[in-house]
Design a protein around this ligand. Structure first.
Ligand code: NAG
Ligand code: NAG
Ligand code: NAG
Ligand code: NAG
Length: 443
């Protein structure tokens, strides 16, 4: 027993997965003008990897065509920070920088509303002579299927059989491009995680929640308004729930008035600087009227099980395995350890639900077609999202302990680490405490 707990402690320690020992602050982000410069540098660095990506998949050129308000999904990861839409028809041709296009801008870019782009593009193609020309026509994967249907008809008309016969579908181009992080994003991603935690710590405190009065929806709208003040936005309306055996899955929070003794849950993330977070934490509303000072033991045991599942998942997530392989290995290990629960984890970054392999969905607990068959990519961010079932003797019921934390790829040796740590203690809502007095962290 001691050996096991030491081992768990050690794993926690080396993975840096402990609950942070201090409350999160609201770090301030650079001015918008500085942010634009930073975002464009990240973009340039990512775009500079595209020729190598094309070579990896034996593609000579990658063609994207889009009109204002009918953008290719990839557009949002390629645009300049000050662009809000592709103007007119914007055509981009990424190439391998070889032969006739060596030394030419990469991508070649046309912004056109006269049709002149097509004769110029045909000329470029005739001289460059790509044998395999990727276009984003995948039927299943959004990041490889962003070419609008009308735009495909236009390409067919304007490029003709010769080039359409050479067109190929290679969704991994979009997936790898959108998924890949650059190292200088990480310090800013840590700030976004800290803002996310700070929001949760404030929302799940007596400053925002008054048992018997505050509703879960009040808390959701508190998040929305507070994000405006912090100059960040979101990609998903916050979902606040009272956890009961029935309150899952929820596309919305529950509609409850929060009471003493409730186990609360939030699923929420922020968007800023072209990055997204996605975090789920739980809070316990102390029965202050009964003098309670900590969450019941049975609830703490449930959180520990969910933490154990996070460790298992991170330890199985080697790059190159498919999402389904990892999922099966995690389920096998859980079975060996007698843990019941469900995994539904996904890539995160440019999007809250970003490009790449998923491990489970809430409605597909053991195998996910298409997205589960993709390989786990190194050098990406992942949202480690899951729940453990745990029986809570104090309540005589089995609850789902739902947690989610964002992890980043460190390197081959260290694998994944949580960007800010993870929840290992409940946020405690103590309605006795004066809202302005700082809470004491229980260890
Ligand atoms: C971004 O702006 C620069 C300078 O105006 C321009 O040359 C470049 O093509 C733009 N990039 C994209 C992807 O639109
Ligand atoms: C391709 O060519 C462009 C323009 O000369 C250059 O900026 C870019 O670094 C080159 N990329 C690679 C991978 O050689
Ligand atoms: C939000 O932006 C405004 C305007 O730039 C600024 O005055 C304010 O300090 C920012 N708030 C935070 C929390 O950074
Ligand atoms: C616990 O719940 C079960 C049904 O869910 C019930 O049969 C049992 O009587 C309950 N036990 C107590 C002590 O309330």
């Amino acid at each position: 027993m001691l050996v096991v707990s030491l081992a768990v402690l050690f794993v926690n320690f080396v993975l840096g997965q402990l609950h942070p020992s201090t409350f999160a602050k609201y770090p301030s982000l650079p001015s918008l003008r500085e942010q634009a410069k930073i975002l464009d540098e990240w973009r340039d660095e990512r775009v500079s990897h595209i020729p190598a990506l094309l070579k990896k998949y034996n593609i000579d050129a990658w063609l994207m065509s889009q009109r204002e308000h009918a953008e290719d999904t990839i557009w949002w990861s390629i645009k300049n920070a000050t662009e809000y839409a592709p103007h007119r028809r914007t055509v981009l041709l990424f190439h391998t920088n070889t032969s006739s296009l060596s030394g030419k801008p990469n991508p070649l870019r046309w912004v056109d509303n006269t049709g002149a782009v097509w004769s110029e593009l045909r000329e470029v193609l005739e001289v460059f002579d790509p044998y395999r020309l990727a276009i984003n026509i995948d039927k299943d994967i959004a990041f490889g299927g962003g070419l609008h249907a009308g735009e495909l008809y236009v390409l067919a008309d304007e490029l003709g059989d010769k080039w359409m016969r050479r067109s190929v579908n290679q969704p991994m181009l979009g997936i790898e491009y959108v998924a890949a992080r650059v190292p200088s994003q990480l310090p800013y991603y840590r700030d976004l995680q800290e803002i996310t935690w700070a929001l949760i710590e404030e929302a799940f405190s007596a400053k925002v929640i008054k048992p018997g009065v505050t509703t879960t929806e009040d808390v959701e709208w508190w998040y929305r308004e507070k994000m405006l003040l912090l100059n960040v936005t979101t990609w998903n309306h916050p979902r606040v729930s009272v956890i009961t055996p029935e309150s899952f899955p929820g596309w919305a929070g529950t509609k409850d008035t929060i009471q003493e003794g409730d186990l609360l849950h939030v699923d929420f993330g922020i968007t800023a600087m072209g990055l997204n977070t996605d975090v789920q934490h739980m809070a316990y509303v102390l029965r202050t009227s009964k003098g309670e000072e900590d969450a019941p033991t049975g609830l703490k045991a449930g959180l520990r099980k969910a933490n154990r599942m996070q460790n298992i998942l991170l330890s199985k997530m080697q790059a190159g395995k498919t999402g389904n392989q990892v999922l099966q290995e995690v389920l096998d290990q859980m079975e060996q350890e007698g843990i019941e629960g469900q995994v539904y984890s996904h890539p995160i970054g440019d999007w809250g639900h970003a490009a790449g392999a998923v491990m489970g969905f809430t409605n597909l607990p053991v195998y996910v077609p298409v997205l589960g068959e993709l390989p786990i990519l190194p050098n990406t961010y992942y949202s480690i999202e899951l729940y453990a079932y745990s029986f809570v003797p104090e309540r005589n019921e089995t609850l789902r302990f739902r947690v989610e934390e964002n992890a980043y790829w460190v390197d081959e040796q260290r694998g994944w680490e949580f960007v800010r740590g993870r929840q290992e203690r409940f946020h405690l809502i103590n309605s006795d405490r004066k809202a302005s007095s700082p809470l004491v962290i229980q260890t």
